[in-house]
Design a protein. Structure first.
Length: 213
C-alpha cells in the first residue's frame, strides 16, 4: 500500500507538458534569414549584375539551389532533434551535404586544370567579406536553434550540434549570396565551404555543452 501511495503522490505532482512543435522555430529562422538577406543588400547592395540577364547565370542558380536545399534539410533535422522519436528518419541532411560537397570537389578540379591563375580567382577581399557576413549571420541563427534545442531533449547532442551548425552556416551563406558578385566555381568552392565548415565545427564543439541534459 505504501508503494502505491508513493506512486500516487508522485503522479499527482506531475504536470502535463506541451509538446514541442518545430513549425514555429522553422518559420522564425526562415524569417530571420530573409531579414539578414535584406540587411546584407541594404549595407552592401545587390550582387553585381543581379538585375540583368546574368542573374540567370547557371552557377548562381546552382549555388542558390544547393544552399536552399542544404539549409532546409539540415534545419528540419536540427529542429526535430529536440523531440526524441523512435523510427523517425533524419538522414536527409546527409544526402544534401554530400550533394553540396560536389562544389568544393569541382572547385579543386577547376583550379588544377584551369588556365587562369588560381590567385586571380580567389578575390581575397570579397572572400573575407563572405566569411564575415556568412559566419556572423550563421552565429545568430545558430543561437536561435540552440535555444530551441535547450527546450527539448536531444538524445545525441553532438549530432544535434553538428547539424545545427550546418544549417546556420548554410542559411548565413544564402543570405550573403544575395550580394556576392562572383560566380567562379573556385571562389565559391573555397569561401562558401570555409564559412559553412566553420559554423559546423563551432556547432559540434560548443552546442553539445549547452544542450546536454
Amino acid at each position: 500500500m505504501s508503494k502505491g501511495f508513493d506512486l500516487d503522490s508522485l503522479a499527482e505532482e506531475l504536470e502535463p507538458v506541451k509538446p514541442l512543435k518545430s513549425g514555429g522555430v522553422i518559420g522564425g529562422v526562415v524569417l530571420l534569414t530573409a531579414v539578414s538577406a535584406v540587411f546584407v543588400v541594404s549595407t552592401l547592395g545587390f550582387r553585381d549584375r543581379f538585375l540583368d540577364a546574368t542573374a540567370t547565370d547557371p552557377m548562381f542558380l546552382i549555388r542558390t539551389g544547393l544552399l536552399v536545399v542544404l539549409g532546409a534539410a539540415s534545419l528540419t533535422a536540427a529542429t526535430s532533434m529536440a523531440r526524441p522519436a523512435v523510427g523517425t528518419s533524419r538522414s536527409g541532411w546527409r544526402w544534401a551535404a554530400l550533394a553540396a560537397l560536389t562544389v568544393p570537389i569541382a572547385a579543386a578540379v577547376a583550379a588544377l586544370v584551369g588556365q587562369t591563375p588560381i590567385a586571380e580567382r580567389l578575390h581575397p577581399v570579397n572572400g573575407v567579406e563572405c566569411l564575415t557576413y556568412s559566419i556572423g549571420i550563421g552565429l545568430v541563427l545558430g543561437a536561435v536553434l540552440t535555444w530551441w534545442l535547450k527546450r527539448g531533449a536531444p538524445t545525441s547532442p553532438e549530432r544535434a550540434g553538428t547539424v545545427t551548425g550546418l544549417a546556420a552556416g548554410s542559411l548565413g551563406a544564402l543570405a550573403y549570396s544575395m550580394h556576392c558578385p562572383h560566380n567562379d566555381i573556385v571562389y565559391i568552392g573555397l569561401w562558401y565551404t570555409l564559412a559553412i565548415a566553420a559554423t559546423t565545427v563551432a556547432g559540434r564543439l560548443v552546442i553539445p555543452r549547452l544542450v546536454r541534459w
